[in-house]
Design a protein around this ligand. Structure first.
Ligand code: PEP
Length: 244
């Protein structure tokens, strides 16, 4: 499977510098044996998709609403995201679950709406520090997979332990291996043989310095990168590590 490296810019980026950086990434992306996606804030989706049209660098959103249209002030619908030229959408990120009260049921509804709009969903799951300390990580992630993914799911899953996001802490290679093997087994049991081809990303403090060992894990098919995706050289070094 071709590795997939996704950059989550979160609430960062201004138009001029974002276009410059995206074009720099796109130049490098064409020579890389992996797929690259950047997920800027909503306001940058259209200008970046326009600037990157015809390049090997794709654009994704960081969220969308579960309804396709309607009276939802301040929200953005999946068909609107698709209309910008974006191809992917991150759903159920722990910051959305934490700060916006998103539940598994909402994430599942968002996945369904996103797929109907032609977007590829990147669904995030992951346990808190307390849940891991209590030894409940597989139970938590198993429940998130069971309730956040619709029955016809054919997208991307990102394992992002909450305690590793933006902290510099990373699970051991053994822990990442165990969780990704568990997730693959869950997907195969529910969705059948086709689930072997669904990319499973690891996310949480991925940097150029640790990408090699994380991306070498058998069921890790790529990375979801936050902070390090804001620096072109760092993001590209992670992408390079994915192809080694
Ligand atoms: C994220 O928020 O998806 C993320 C993985 O962040 P960071 O790489 O900064 O830990």
């Amino acid at each position: 499977m071709r590795p997939l490296i996704v950059g989550n810019w979160k609430m960062n980026g201004a138009r001029e510098s974002a276009i410059k950086m995206a074009c720099e990434l796109a130049d490098a992306a064409s020579g890389l044996a992996c797929d690259l996606v950047i997920c800027p804030p909503f306001t940058l989706l259209y200008p970046l998709a326009l600037a990157l049209d015809g390049t090997a660098l794709a654009v994704g959103a960081q969220d969308c609403h579960q309804a396709a249209a309607g009276a939802f002030t301040g929200d953005v619908a999946a068909p609107m995201v698709a209309e910008t030229g974006a191809t992917h959408v991150i759903l159920g990120h722990s910051e959305r679950r934490q700060y916006h009260g998103e539940t598994d049921a909402m994430v599942r509804a968002k996945v369904e709406t996103a797929v109907r709009a032609g977007l590829i969903p990147i669904v995030c799951v992951g346990e808190s520090a307390a849940e891991r300390h209590a030894g409940h990580e597989t139970e938590v992630v198993g429940a998130q997979l069971a309730h956040s993914l619709p029955d016809n799911f054919a997208g991307v899953v990102a394992y992002e332990p909450i305690w590793a996001i933006g902290t510099g802490l990373v699970p051991t290679v053994e822990d990442v291996t165990a969780m990704h093997d568990f997730m693959r087994a869950q997907l195969l049991a529910r969705f059948g043989a086709g689930a072997a081809q669904r990319p499973l990303l690891y996310g949480g403090s991925v940097k150029a310095s640790n990408a090699g060992q994380l991306l070498a894990v058998a069921n890790v098919n790529g990375a979801l990168v936050g902070g390090a995706s804001l620096v072109a050289s760092e993001f590209l070094a992670i992408a390079q590590a994915a192809t080694q």
